[in-house]
Design a protein around this ligand. Sequence first.
Ligand code: SAH
Ligand code: SF4
Length: 398
Amino acid sequence: MLYDCLPCRVDVNSSLRRLSEDEQGHRPVSEASFDDIRGVLGDVPVYRVEQVRHAVYRTPTTTFDKIQTLPATMRVLLGRQFSYEALETVRSEMSQDGTQKTLFRASDGAVVETVQMLTERSDSTTICLSSQSGCGMGCRFCATGDIGLTRNLTAGEIVDQFLYFRRRSKASRVPDRAVFMGMGEPLANLSALEPAVRALVDPSRVGLGARRVTISTVGLPKGIDALVDWNLPVGLAISLHAPVDDLRATLVPIAKRFPLDELMAVSSRFQRRVRRRVTYEYTMLDGVNDSVGQAVDLAVLLRGQRCHVNLIPFNPYPGSLYRTTPRLRLRAFRDALHAQGVRATIRRTRGRDISGACGQLHAGVLASPRAPGAMGKPKTNSLDTRNDISGKARSGKI
Ligand code: SAH
Ligand code: SF4
């Protein structure tokens, strides 16, 4: 018998024969458990699996055949069973402010965008992850909502967005934070979100602390309750956009199902049980939700909570229906919140010149821009018919 690695006693030929054709090379290695990897390598010592994991999660290596610490046979075995990167890179764009947006394509053609943001002050690098290709929630001011949902991403496709940037980062700027603020509604994809977040925070895999992972949600109460049960101190950001139900429901169709009092109750549970402050995101739309009176209503809604309000200047995109609140009014809104005792900041816009800012991700699906700042009736989305979740969300039925 021929052993490629004598101490590990891996028999090249019999191991290769165990793999059926359709099993080969498809499952992302970032989805494989310790035992999955060991199962592929055969009866190898634990340190061999650790070497694989180290290479995958902690080094710039991008293919199995470059894992120098492993014998050639093991590299071949792994390559037959797993893909190293779940997503193919289509293109990357770099903003003037250093933000990088990358467009990926999955093996079935689903497209997804991910954004890397540098924070000068703290030397921190944040990856803005997508949880779905497109989104079915149909928020009226969001490019991703405009394109509708193609499908949920798998856990491997989520983790691999982070690893893509980590593997290609300079040693001085290794990504150290992840926010689920890219394409999609993370809490509508809990079955992939949970294993992905566990891989991100696991010290033997990606190894970010849970406090460095933030999940942003349109506000799905059951999903927030599920987060509480994870028992991980991840950050939670709830997209609010309006202090009253009527206005919120016109901007965020799913809000028809989940009134603000239910959302505030589940948010308070999160604050109590996870012992973390909640961030409320509030996209500032000129003349729609940005008056001082609305700031006071917002402060009343949030009274008594351990929270922070993040005001997001609206980012335009092709066909968008709203305008950005002028700077002076943004500040007046923030100051009104402060005067009511609510902590609030204005989010610094990043990557707008490459359509990489909040709500601008559409993976090239939307066509050329309308007249800048054009307002009009919300348009129907031609992709909605492909996507029953999107349709249900808009009609408030999920
Ligand atoms: N689906 C999740 C996370 C992705 S969106 C959510 O809705 O929270 C991330 C943030 O960008 C949300 O707060 C969202 O409301 C905001 N956003 C969406 N479109 C925007 C736009 N055009 N301009 C500014 N912020 C936008
Ligand atoms: Fe989806 Fe979030 Fe955009 Fe709403 S704001 S459409 S939930 S990605």
